[in-house]
Ligand binder design. Structure first.
Ligand code: EPU
Length: 337
């Protein structure tokens, strides 16, 4: 247990906020000890995974726990499918690479997403036409109300776009300990519908891609426009892509004829990156904070010295200008602490 501990290396924005107490938990017993300590001292809790989806706007006056549970196990289901379980502290991308090395299919489109396995169900991580709900079977959690273990299956997680029960009614109540995925061993379902993947595979000269090829294409695309948090502090997409009613989209279309949208019934998902770029934010810097020059949905700690408050205020200005120009209210994807 450490006191007045800098969380700078534990959040991918690289913000220099401190936690009153900090501890690493390598197994469930250590985690339970830490929880007992926080209860005795009535300390608020902050669970850290890869720190890739949080913005620390101030020092944290409680106990920050870094979940370090490690391990991967496998259970054959049938000739075609396998269940693979990873503990919460496994790095997401390393886990995806582990599966690809064994030729297990299903996670390849989710290559290079920052963060750990344990936080993947929180916001149902997704990219390039796949979300974890497509391969998710079960997660084991610790219920903070009674310190008992509990399982959530696919239905119980109530996954939505960047959403789950763990961000809603279950918020703050459960700690995800391990996640089980159902992957394919052969006859993989290759998903290349997302435009950028098709053109990247064409560039690579590949006609019948393997799951490893899809992963390579995704890695190339991500590296070409998303900043590496090890070099420039960021938390990926800062906002969700908003969903608006079809009628509102049609009205906007008559004013902004190049507006993009992905219709789904009587709603349309609009790319927040496009809206933000249209408001002149792409590459714009104020003080230590900027919108990334290649993907305006990503806010960066441009100088490395940004405070969480500065980043938050910058995001508020973006929200206000998108609201003024398009009448659409952007919602933050990143957890604000
Ligand atoms: N666009 C712009 N300007 C920009 C950025 C994007 O006009 O500055 C346009 C693009 O030209 C494209 C459209 O917006 O037509 C969509 O862009 P992109 O394919 O880059 O995807 P996105 O909607 O901006 C989402 C996810 C990403 C994920 C990609 C690929 C959200 C909030 N973000 O971004 O997820 O990698 O799709 O599937 O859904 C993350 O969550 O941290 C993340 C990076």
């Amino acid at each position: 247990m450490q006191e007045n501990f800098s969380l700078q290396p534990y959040n991918t924005f690289g913000v220099a906020a401190k936690a009153k107490y900090f501890v690493e938990s390598n197994n469930i017993e250590e985690l339970k000890d830490a929880l007992t300590f926080s209860k005795e001292k009535s300390l608020p809790l902050l669970l850290l995974g890869g720190g890739s989806n949080i913005l620390l706007t101030k020092d944290f006056d409680g106990l920050a726990i870094q979940l370090n549970l490690k391990g991967i196990s496998e259970e054959d289901l049938n000739e075609n499918e396998i269940l693979v379980t990873a503990k919460a502290g496994e790095n997401w991308h390393e886990f995806v690479m582990y599966c690809l090395n064994k030729n297990y299919g299903g996670l390849e489109n989710l290559s290079l997403i920052p963060g750990n396995v344990g936080t993947s169900p929180m916001q149902n991580i997704g990219a390039y036409g796949t979300e974890i709900k497509d391969v998710f079977v079960n997660c084991q959690v610790l219920d903070l109300e009674n310190l008992e273990l509990k399982n959530f299956n696919l239905e119980e997680c109530r996954f939505g776009y960047r959403d789950s029960i763990f961000k809603k009614e279950g918020k703050g109540r459960y700690i995800i300990l391990e996640v089980t995925f159902k992957l394919t061993k052969k006859d993989h379902r290759i998903k290349t519908e997302y435009g950028a993947i098709t053109s990247e595979l064409e560039k690579m000269g590949i006609e019948n891609p393997s799951i490893q090829d899809v992963s390579k294409a995704v890695i190339t695309i991500r590296q070409s426009k998303l900043p590496d948090p090890k070099i420039i502090g960021n938390a990926g997409s800062f906002f969700k892509n908003p969903t608006i009613p079809l009628v509102q989209f049609e009205t906007l279309k008559s004013k902004f004829d190049n507006i993009q949208g992905y219709p789904n019934g009587n709603v349309v998902k609009v790319p927040a990156g496009w809206l933000i770029e249209q408001c002149g934010w792409k590459g714009k810097q104020i003080g230590n904070v900027a919108s990334h020059k290649l993907q305006s949905l990503v806010i960066i700690n441009a100088t490395g010295d940004a405070t969480g408050k500065e980043i938050f205020d910058f995001s508020t200005e973006i929200i206000n200008s998108v609201k003024d120009k398009f009448g659409i209210e952007l919602e933050r994807e990143v957890n604000i602490i």
